[in-house]
Design a protein around this ligand. Structure first.
Ligand code: ATP
Ligand code: MG
Length: 218
């Protein structure tokens, strides 16, 4: 029903973590999820099959030309499809962006993250132009340290560039690292709350039509 792609050309920015948190929160609400892993490291698919206790329909798609076809096929079967992309610009990233209803661009508090997030946002806009549609995209702060000078600086630069950004931020928390081993998505504590707030904010954008009841009354 909806396709969400996590993408940035910067490696290690939090793409897979964001995908894991969304999968966990949406799965908890009882909706069906399909996952497409286009990263040859297969971090997300390995995690789903080795660690996670969630039964998720997941496919690794390393043939660029098959990304859109697989995503559309998954989209017919599931409420939500998440596409995780590699940490560098690739054709598969462009295809994963091109078929998305929302592109989430994670960034941490560094210049390289900011530059690559900006570049990825432009990539989303260009891909949208080719296909003649507006592809919604938002930046998402990950590994975020609130009340620091660097946080303020990067936030100001994001605003200065006019880049849309989620209000929800995934703070620098050990729970996000622990889930890579435990396979358990945090449901409580700050990480659990941030995951739920993120899904709430996505639902409020109208990206998850199957979750109407989850939307804030506007
Ligand atoms: N909010 C956070 N707090 C603490 N650690 C985090 C947070 N977000 C991500 N990490 C950690 O940072 C590392 C990189 O995150 P992740 O694998 O999600 O990035 P990625 O963009 O998918 O990387 P790649 O480009 O290699 O695919 C991981 O070890 C992850 O556990
Ligand atoms: Mg990854």
């Amino acid at each position: 029903m909806s396709i969400i792609t996590t993408a940035t050309t910067k490696g290690g920015a939090g793409k897979t973590t964001v995908a894991q948190m969304i999968i966990g929160a949406v799965h908890d609400l009882g909706y069906s999820i399909g996952v497409i892993d286009t990263d040859e490291n297969q971090t997300l698919s390995n995690w789903l099959s080795n660690n996670s206790n969630m039964a998720i329909d997941c496919r690794v798609v390393l043939d660029d030309s098959k990304v859109v076809e697989e995503a559309q096929m998954m989209n017919r079967k599931h409420d939500l499809v998440i596409i995780d992309t590699p940490g560098a610009q690739s054709q598969s990233t462009v295809f994963a962006i091109g078929c998305a209803d929302l592109v989430i661009v994670p960034l941490q508090l560094s210049k390289a993250d900011l530059m690559q997030a900006q570049k990825t946002y432009r990539l989303v806009q260009s891909t949208g132009s080719i296909s003649g549609r507006n592809i919604p995209a938002r930046l998402l702060f990950t590994d975020y340290t609130p009340k620091t000078k660097i946080a303020k600086k990067v936030r100001q630069q994001v605003a200065g560039y006019g880049l849309p950004v989620f209000n929800t931020r995934l703070h620098h928390l050990v729970a996000y690292k622990e889930l890579t081993f435990s396979g358990k998505i945090p449901k409580k504590g700050r990480a659990g709350a941030q995951g739920q707030l993120l899904v709430q904010e996505i639902a409020d954008m109208g990206i998850l039509p199957f979750m109407q009841e989850y939307r804030h009354a506007s």
